[in-house]
Design a protein around this ligand. Sequence first.
Ligand code: ADP
Length: 589
Amino acid sequence: MHFSKKLTYPRALVLPFLITPVESLLQLLSNIISLGIAPLGVLVTAYFIDTALAVVSGGGSPYRIILPLVIIGGFSVYGYMSWPLIEILNKRREIKTRLALRSPLIEKRAKLEYKHVENSDTLDLLKRVWDNPERQLSGIFDNLLQFVLLLGTVVSYAVILLINAPISGVILIVFTIPVLYIASKGGRERYNARRHTTTAQRMSQTISWFLVARDTAAERNMFGYSEYLGKKFEHYYEQFRTYCVRINAKWFAKARASSILLGLLSAIGLFIMAPAVADGSLTVGLFIALQVALFGIIGRIGGAMPRHFESFALQVEFLKDLNRFTELSEVPDAEVLPDDSFEFESLEFKNVTFSYPGTQKLVLNGLTLKMEKGKHYAFVGENGAGKTTLIKLITRLYNNYTGLILLNGRPLQDWPMSRVKACFCAVFQDFARYDITVSENVCIGKINGATPDEVDNALSLAGFNAELPDGKDTLLGKTHDANIDLSGGQWQRLAFARAIASPAPVKILDEPTAALDPVAESQVYAQFEKISRGFTTIYISHRLASAKLADTIFVLNEGKVAEYGNHDTLMERGGMYAEMFTSQQSWYE
Ligand code: ADP
């Protein structure tokens, strides 16, 4: 399935017939039968009672009651059987919808442009869409069927009443309308209550996670914040809970009150029918059968109707969310693999200015610089100077900049993604930790195929030497039974190995030694120097000792290059770099 067209409400109703034609047709058929059984049930029950009364008073053969009795029995059996059957059909539809939808949904999510991943609005949207979208989608069809069944049943009873006792029929119709109106208002209000309390609900969920998560366990114990956050959790949870209880109670009371009123009026209607029964124009059987049926349906109008209306409102909003999700922009050529090789010559920034989408701050502000083949570059600068942002632009995670970024003299945007991917390989500060084997963690760096020797070589050059039960075939992470986890430094070396395995000629390291101690840091740096000969490297660090050996150091400040040159030139200049270097020197002494 593909999300090429907007999923409107009518299309969402057609979808089940495309994905699960058999189940959907059976469910529709079962609903049509139930809809037919409702008025037929009343008529056959009436016939049965009248016949039984006639037989009892000596009017005819007792065998005459057998047929209506069998039919009523059949209807009852069908009634008992159809609910579990519909449950099964619903589950089957949900599962098959999941099979049809999960892959395209995941694919779409995987291809989302990076700016969406860093945007809180989109993250909220993703959270809503990702809340069992298959059940939400397949529920649309079911909700409408159930709604039509309930409404159709009321209408069919009203028709029987109108034909046999017009005044009671009119009373039923006139008083059903406000009850339906109240149900629809109640449904919408309950839906709005949910939206209203999303923030409180989300906050309570987030905080409850802090209180139980493994990642926060150490700090939880150290700071002892459980009670403090526990109170905060209670506050948000109570806010959410009381609001929902209030709204639900209010509408439950209204719906019940209107149902009771409707019941009373129906009783009056039936009372009005009594003379018709007495003079024989309305049979006793129909009188009793209608009475039973009407009182049965009244409860459901009060109870189920608001839920159907609430579901309608939720489903319409869900479809809006789903369409917004499917319309989110994607990374160009997200799936394309890198070419096997790339001949890098130069990378040039010309007056590049950039702000993150939806923000005003100029993170890069007229940045101009040039990097050439085979040289080693370091970017230094205070936190927030824009160093990581620069890498996001180079790797085309963001394209919304002004100015020019030229790769081998040609605008970066004009290069096919397969070429860009073949040119750059970055180890980000928040590199990923994949819960797969050590070897696979490395192979990802050379997705077109790394040999076992290349993997071994990358691991040894990165200095990865964890003792693991199955060596490089050990499954890592907490998601497996073995529960093998690496230290921060070991994960970092693994991320290094990935970059080493990559054939890209430009290696970018963003604060790669943050999780390492100073001794390990200088070892890694020396090793990296050795292996990166012949490559172009871009090294980002706020630890200047590791930037010292670079051919050119760019000092970034306020989105621009404040100064650049090699270590000696910059020290001689006595500017920002010299000042930072001198103040950091004491760290390493
Ligand atoms: P550095 O790597 O030099 O420490 P960054 O490039 O990470 O700095 O960030 C530069 C500036 O951009 C900072 O002010 C930071 O707050 C802001 N920034 C970073 N990422 C985002 C984002 N996704 N959305 C909005 N602002 C961001």
